[in-house]
Design a protein around this ligand. Structure first.
Ligand SMILES: C[S@@+](CC[C@H](N)C(=O)[O-])C[C@H]1O[C@@H](n2cnc3c(N)ncnc32)[C@H](O)[C@@H]1O
Length: 387
């Protein structure tokens, strides 16, 4: 089989994993897991732990040479902060994708599937990589996600689709048809009760609708869409819904190693799947955490390398059993975590159980605070610096 080569091509070196750093992680009992850090080392670690996922969806950077920003709206203003960068040379990019895909294949269950979302910029090369890693026999579909809206090119046909490659781990895979059926088009004979061929054979409609083919017309998120989070390159829930309903079952484990705003996670939760989301951008983890907190689901968060200290002083207000944490600088607080001895972060519900806590400002900067005595009223606490 022909294979693609590029400068510096090599199989994964375990992502520079430092086993000690990960020793204390045990997410087995958690239905949902969020991890902040470069996904390469987490994936390598997960492989050594024998973790397996029924479905993996990844929407990595597309090699677009762009820097993406994120919008965060507060009551009074909209903040524009750094999102993520998508600047690679082609050689770097192909290596980036290759070493992750090698690990991802080993993280699939025997009947598991991987969906890789990309676009015209590298889809031709990515398909070669997937053929090499999975074997071309495991290619199931190239889904064309077609959308309209936005500007129109004047010198060539407007580029209005993305490519999603589906590969299965083996020759056995999950594909549920009924949950993804769509209503027949009004103009279709089926919508009018059925079709009769010239020979007189009658083809009756399925009451649940027809099955989608490999070109999906799903609108991109418009600026006013309710589900819009302000995270750059956010994908629509309905796109992920079709993938998840077709290729996984209730109780299955789903991994998104480039989680972004958490679209995959939200759909996984809605349909009773277990979700693991990875992203190196703090704001992605924060966003998904906020979305999870609105549900009754249990989850764990872990992180590599917090950014250095941001907010220096905070004030606490007790509201019933819970505490409101306020910044005394003019930098708005983005999230507050309780810290346990193993340095894992937990959403703060009751500060009295967390003597140490961590505040992340709107720019993603982190400060740790210590609460020497249990505060009984409004108190000001000093930063102890990030670690
Ligand atoms: C295209 S966005 C994903 C958008 C997502 N599908 C959604 O619907 O919101 C790509 C994401 O990958 C993350 N990312 C890029 N490189 C990464 C890496 N090496 N490890 C973990 N996350 C990474 C970026 O921070 C960004 O959030």
């Amino acid at each position: 089989m022909p294979t693609l080569s590029w400068k510096g091509k090599h199989a994964s070196t375990m992502g520079g994993i430092q086993p000690k750093h990960y020793e204390q992680w045990n997410d087995e009992d958690q239905p949902h897991v969020l991890h902040c850090g470069d996904n390469l080392s987490w994936l390598a670690h997960a492989k050594t732990q024998g973790k397996r996922f029924n479905l993996i969806y990844l929407d990595p950077p597309f090699c677009s040479q762009a820097n993406y920003t994120q919008q965060i709206k507060t009551a009074t203003t909209t903040h524009i902060i750094d999102g993520f960068t998508d600047k690679f040379s082609v050689d770097e990019y192909l290596q980036f994708i290759y070493e992750r895909v090698l690990l991802l294949k080993d993280l699939l269950t025997p009947n598991g599937s991987l969906f890789l979302h990309c676009d015209y910029q590298q889809s031709h090369n990515i398909r070669c990589i997937l053929d090499e890693v999975f074997g071309s026999k495991q290619f199931r579909n190239e889904i064309i996600w077609h959308y309209t809206g936005g500007g129109r090119a004047k010198k060539y046909f407007s580029r209005k689709h993305d490519n999603i490659f589906w590969y299965s781990h083996s020759s056995v895979w999950t594909f549920n048809t009924d949950p993804i059926r769509i209503p027949y088009k009004e103009t279709s004979g089926f919508a009018k009760g059925g079709i009769t061929s010239k020979s007189g054979k009658k083809y009756l409609p399925n009451p649940k609708g027809t099955l989608p083919d490999d070109t999906w017309d799903i609108p991109i998120l418009n600026p006013l869409a309710k589900e819009r989070t302000g995270y750059p390159t956010q994908k629509p829930l309905s796109l992920l819904e079709r993938i998840i309903l077709a290729c996984s079952n209730e109780g299955d484990r789903i991994l998104d190693p480039f989680m972004g705003s958490g679209t995959t996670g939200m759909v996984a939760l809605k349909h009773h799947r277990h979700f693991t989301g990875l992203d190196k951008n703090w704001n992605s983890i924060h966003l998904m955490r906020q979305r999870l907190l609105k549900t009754t689901e249990a989850f764990s968060i872990s992180c590599e390398n917090f950014p250095q200290s941001g907010i220096q002083h905070v004030r606490l207000h007790k509201i019933d059993r819970n505490w409101k944490v306020e910044s005394l600088t003019d930098t708005p607080i983005q999230m507050v975590y309780g810290l346990t001895d193993d340095r894992k972060c937990h959403p703060i519900l009751d500060l009295q159980q967390h003597k140490r806590f961590r505040v992340v400002d709107i720019y993603g900067k982190v400060s740790d605070f210590i609460c020497e005595e249990h505060p009984t009223s409004t108190v000001v606490l000093r930063a102890i610096g990030a670690n």
